[in-house]
Design a protein around this ligand. Structure first.
Ligand code: SAM
Length: 222
């Protein structure tokens, strides 16, 4: 069996370990030694863009925020559905992840960081949200494996009442929040409703029409 090769090691600002591994053309990012994502199946990360940007794509100059660069699949899919006049801000907590996307991961999603519509902000998406009022037509969050902290314990705040209120105020009129999740989460759905969103739960397969594990996208519309 071909062994995994360690391509890079980095850390979150909190000191949590992250690593990039590769084996036979497949890449995996580990957070705290556990798989955060793999390049093998990324249909649901792309579906996140499609579901979130249905309204934004019709705007003249849409402005969209993506929380979490990962391997760039959601960023690529977002750029593909938006017009040339769009701005796509990507908040990525870990500078090393951005470097991996400028290096070994770049080709996986067709180098989306090179698109002139992309703005990368290295830092916590929570800080960017707190500093933004009515700015984004859509906010796409895929920073953990769902609405529970995984990459860093600080992410817990994002999915609670305080975080959702800040997300809400960072959205423009008729803005849309979409959150990727590996599983159902009834309490998060309820919290979204309590925060004032009209909620849809969209179920997608990791390989879309070709099957794969079932994933969930929580959609909150203003
Ligand atoms: C599951 S991956 C994202 C996958 C991405 N949707 C894709 O298509 O490749 C999660 C990413 O979010 C980043 N991240 C985690 N917490 C964050 C935060 N609070 N702010 C910004 N980025 C964060 C991680 O470093 C990682 O790059």
């Amino acid at each position: 069996m071909i062994p995994w090769a360690l391509l890079g090691r980095t850390a979150t600002p909190n000191g949590e370990d992250m690593a990039l591994m590769q084996r036979s053309g497949e890449y995996v990012i580990l957070a705290g030694g556990k798989p955060l994502m793999s390049s093998r199946m990324h249909g649901s990360e792309e579906a996140l863009a499609d579901v979130a940007c249905r309204r934004a794509r019709a705007r003249e100059e849409p402005c969209v925020l993506i929380g979490g660069l990962g391997m760039g699949f959601t960023l690529r899919a977002t750029l593909d559905v938006l017009p040339r006049t769009a701005t796509v801000v990507v908040a990525e907590l870990v500078a090393g992840v951005v470097e991996w996307n400028r290096g070994p991961l770049g080709a996986l999603a067709g180098h989306p960081l090179d698109d002139p519509r992309t703005r990368v902000e290295v830092g916590d998406v929570a800080d960017l949200l707190r500093a933004s009022r009515g700015r984004f037509d859509a906010i796409l969050l895929d920073v953990d494996n769902g609405p529970e902290a995984f990459t860093t314990s600080r992410n817990t705040w994002l999915y609670g009442d305080a975080g959702l209120a800040v997300i809400r105020s960072a959205l423009a009129e008729h803005g849309v929040l979409a959150v990727w999740s590996a599983r159902e989460h009834r309490r998060f759905e309820q919290r979204l409703r309590y925060a004032g969103f009209a909620v849809d739960v969209v179920r997608v397969r990791a390989r879309l029409k070709r099957g794969g594990p079932r994933h969930v996208i929580f959609v909150g519309r203003l």
